[in-house]
Write a protein that binds this ligand. Sequence first.
Ligand code: TRP
Length: 376
Amino acid sequence: MSQQIVTPFEVKTETNTGVDYSKLVHEFGLEQVTPDLLEEYIRVTKHQPHPLLTRGIFFAHRGMHSLLEDYKNGKKIYIYTGRGPSGGMHIGHMIPFMLAEHFQKVFNATVVIQLTDDEKYHFSKDNECTLDSIQQLCKENEQDIMAMGFDPKKTFIFANTKYMGQLYPNVVLLEKLVSVHKLKTVYGFEDTDSVGKFAHPCKQIAPCIPTSFPHLFPGDPNDYRCLIPCAVDQDPYFRQARDLVARLGFSKPVLIESTFLPGLQGMQTKMSSSDPSSAIYLTDSASMIKKKINKFAFSGGKDTAELHRQLGTDLTVDVCYHYAKIFEPDDEVFEEVAGDYSSGRMLTGEYKQYVYEILQVILEDHQKQKITHFGE
Ligand code: TRP
């Protein structure tokens, strides 16, 4: 039996096809994103679902049916997502923000984005990491996130160490309901872990409550419904949030959860900022992207052109295929090129060139947007 670990603190698998997500659906008790749900989404929102939804990247949810019902009945939707600030944001970090930006348009929603500088500090193993240096990273991360196309008039991005005063009343209400015992079982914290770690979950849960943002969501909190796009490793926080927030008398937040973006070396690990040979950063130049893909990207193709043409590509282990699945905007092109690659008509080098071009366009545009909004 191959072992896999998926927690907010560690993602590990031994198989070369990566994390077994159907197993997670079962273990975590998630609902699957099905064709029926997507049809309901189209009926209610009158919008086509984002490719991240139709291609199974956001594969699981908690409560989407009830969110669509609320939206139909005139409730306002707000989107909550976030990130632990770090030096280099990479293309995997874009995924929840891409969906958040889509939802912003579809639901005409306000987006709140939490930068957990406090979390990064408490959970960092590296003693070099000062709180000061992490706070500095929030500015850079904020620019990268805003350059992904959010409407600045309807987007609120905040660092925990700055906004905690406003969040604090809801943190207090939540903390009253949570025992140390529970934190140990849900998150695996131990007696030797710092109080900072134990205190974190309630801080990440508080933004699920509309009254944490009185300047954005005035009036009756029950007029609002919170929708959270995140990677599936964040599920423990928000599974607990749904329970706690309901006990405080508010509507449960709704979750939509994604797979991980594999690192260049293969499906076994997710892309990691701290390993430059596994990651394509938002700041990488065109030539850097090309070099990394050609040199490092693990391919499911065969060793010689002759064998490849005969046997085709194993897409399940091919990281470039997974990048195209996330970043190719056109469904027809995506299917057609993947078909050619899979059958062996297209060689690994050609497919790598195709994926390089997709990423190059996205990152060039991102870098331009960043300069337009924030200068050099
Ligand atoms: N804990 C997340 C991380 O380490 C950051 C985060 C905070 C977050 N709030 C969130 C992620 C809400 C998704 C949704 O990256």
